[in-house]
Design a binder for this molecule. Structure first.
Ligand SMILES: [Cu+2]
Length: 322
């Protein structure tokens, strides 16, 4: 009798012990965090966000470089560029990258949530977007008074706002210490329309009409996504674009558009994934198509995980919505 009671107790404790990991793997995310647009954050959250960005410059590299934690992000993004751009993994890889960056910000005292920049709200006058505010933003266009030559191009240093004294070690494939560069619209006399026809609400609506994952990814990546990188110029142009903290707000908007597209038919679109796996075509051989079981590499910044873990923003790994 006593044995039976003990045995039952043992069974009970075993089943509770087992219940937790099972529940987790089922992917419980009951209270997703809400990601807000930059200008909808409280002033305190914006201040704390920028402070955390600068704090990352004071922390050591997490991947064994001689540079800072801040610099790990452009370095890794540049190293992996051919396997994360113009291929299927563009969207899930950047989704993961933003969440890793968000964790790093939290490690630097930021108590809020990752935030996005909805550039469709700025088409009327891009240079006056609140993200470029020197007080509650990331500073504006580079100054013609602080120009420098880099890889044969004239570039301009951001000379206002909290990032004006940043020293960045990497530019593309080169170790080139430089200031934070922004050269709006390729540096003409004025900023022009900053390619805004490519990211108006109408242009984005066109992208959202895409009927399958591959055409959606292509339309978004080469349309509005690429236009913003080109319009800001400077550090946003080469594959070390995460040098500019606006990269992460820009890519959270790209992620948000993917999320919105998925919401239109969640059962289908949170499973949908297709397209080419790699840019590299050896001897003209077309590589096999992308699969949800493909591994996304992070070059040591975080563990490599499968695409299927990133197709929804609400599971055991991610827990947010827009
Ligand atoms: Cu990228």
């Amino acid at each position: 009798m006593l044995f039976a009671v003990l045995f039952n107790l043992l069974l009970l404790s075993l089943s509770t012990a087992l219940a937790l990991p099972l529940d987790e793997s089922r992917g419980t995310c009951t209270k997703p965090q809400l990601r807000r647009e930059w200008r909808d954050l409280s002033r305190a959250d914006r201040k704390s966000y920028v402070a955390a960005v600068l704090c990352m410059k004071k922390k050591p590299s997490s991947i064994g470089l001689s540079t800072s934690l801040y610099d790990d992000f452009p370095w890794v993004h540049n190293k992996l560029t051919n396997e994360i751009h113009f291929v299927a993994s563009f969207l899930p890889w950047h989704r993961y990258f933003i969440s890793i960056y968000e964790q790093a910000l939290k490690g630097c005292g930021y108590s809020g949530v990752a935030t996005y920049w909805d550039w469709t709200r700025d088409v009327a006058s891009m240079p006056s977007s609140p993200v470029f505010s020197p007080i509650n933003g990331f500073g504006g266009n580079g100054s013609p008074d602080k120009a420098m030559q880099l890889d044969g191009n004239t570039q301009r240093c951001v000379a206002d706002g909290p990032l004006k004294d940043l020293q960045l070690p990497y530019f593309g494939d080169n170790a080139e210490p430089h200031c934070l560069l922004r050269t709006f619209n390729a540096g003409g006399e004025d900023a022009g329309d900053m390619l805004s026809p490519n990211y108006t609400p109408d242009a984005v609506e066109q992208v959202m009409q895409s009927q399958d994952y591959d055409s959606f990814r292509i339309a978004l990546e080469s349309g509005p996504h690429g236009a913003i990188h080109a319009a800001l110029g400077g550090d946003m142009s080469p594959a070390t674009a995460p040098n500019d903290p606006l990269f992460f707000l820009h890519h959270a908007q790209v992620d948000r558009l993917w999320w919105l597209w998925q919401q239109e038919s969640p059962l289908v679109r949170t499973r949908e994934y297709a397209g080419i796996r790699t840019q590299d075509q050896l001897d003209g051989v077309i590589p096999p198509g992308a699969q949800v079981t493909d591994l996304l590499h992070m070059a040591g910044l975080a563990s490599d995980i499968k695409v299927e873990e990133l197709l929804t923003t609400q599971n055991r790994r991610l827990c947010y919505r827009y």
